[in-house]
Design a protein around this ligand. Structure first.
Ligand SMILES: C[S@@+](CC[C@H](N)C(=O)[O-])C[C@H]1O[C@@H](n2cnc3c(N)ncnc32)[C@H](O)[C@@H]1O
Length: 255
């Protein structure tokens, strides 16, 4: 395991992600001002890109790097079956608790040692029984996953030790005509991804390489790029500190 993968095994990060995925606007951003359009990122990753006729068509969905599970549950509104994979045992355990009990208690960090007890609950209208959560490595996925109509990799690629290994597997996971959505703020950090494995954000002998250019280079051939979109997201660290990021979503159709 790469050193920084253990970040996602701490209780503090599990709590932070439960708030990010399931918290209400009031629980996350209780001010009369602030970036409200950055709320509900895990739900938007699905609602904005998964075709509405999926349910009728019997879609299968895959959520790579699912964390505590919100996007996977959202996929069940339009998919008959969803596979959701994350490397963190604690994230998968929390997602499975939400699935089994309809919710999970957690603590929101307010200030110093001060915490507020909250409950994350399943959103109305989802079908939790349709999700199979699995602990696993997006760079070394099981061979028996089958193929999918919709694959989401939300803010995953810049957390992998070798993102290219994951990208190479994608053509085999998406059915012809199916969709792949990759979102990322392209936050390349040597703690997660050795510099030599960064997809972009680097200077080479031939000039600068952006991550989007690199994605086009690697995915072109198997996929057509249909759309790129800026997607704000807000992660609350404590009552008076937030991470506001703008991920780029690229939407790909399998040839
Ligand atoms: C920045 S979080 C994004 C989580 C979620 N998709 C979201 O948008 O909220 C990155 C996620 O990738 C997971 N992850 C990191 N390395 C992974 C790997 N090798 N395989 C699968 N998941 C991994 C982490 O445990 C974490 O849940």
């Amino acid at each position: 395991m790469h050193m920084s993968a253990s970040l996602y095994e701490t209780d503090e990060i599990v709590d932070q992600y439960l708030l990010f995925h399931y918290g209400s606007a009031g629980e996350i951003l209780p001010f009369s001002f602030g970036p409200r359009d950055a709320l509900d990122f895990p739900a938007r990753c699905v609602a904005d890109y998964l075709p509405e006729d999926g349910e009728a068509a019997g879609f299968r969905g895959l959520d790579l790097g699912c964390a505590v599970g919100r996007s996977a549950f959202e996929m069940t509104r339009r998919c008959h079956e969803v596979v959701a994979i994350d490397y963190s045992h604690k994230f998968i355990e929390a997602a499975k608790t939400v699935q089994r009990d309809g919710g999970i208690d957690y603590r929101r960090t307010d200030e110093g040692d001060l915490r507020t007890s909250l409950r994350a609950t399943l959103p109305a209208g989802v079908h939790p029984g349709r999700v199979a959560f699995r602990q696993g490595d997006a760079q070394n996925l099981p061979e028996d996953l089958g193929d999918f109509d919709f694959v989401l990799a939300a803010n995953l690629i810049d957390r992998l030790e070798n993102p290219l290994t994951c990208l190479r597997r994608l053509p085999g996971l998406v059915r012809s005509g199916g969709r792949l959505v990759i979102t990322s703020p392209y936050t390349w950090l040597a703690e997660f991804t050795p510099r030599s494995a960064w997809l972009g954000g680097k200077q080479t002998a031939n000039g600068t390489v952006s991550t989007k250019d690199a994605l086009i280079e690697f995915l072109d051939g198997a996929f057509d790029l249909r759309e790129s979109r800026d997607m704000p997201l807000l992660i609350r660290e404590h009552a008076r500190k937030y991470q506001w990021s703008v991920a780029e979503a690229t939407v790909w159709q399998r040839r």
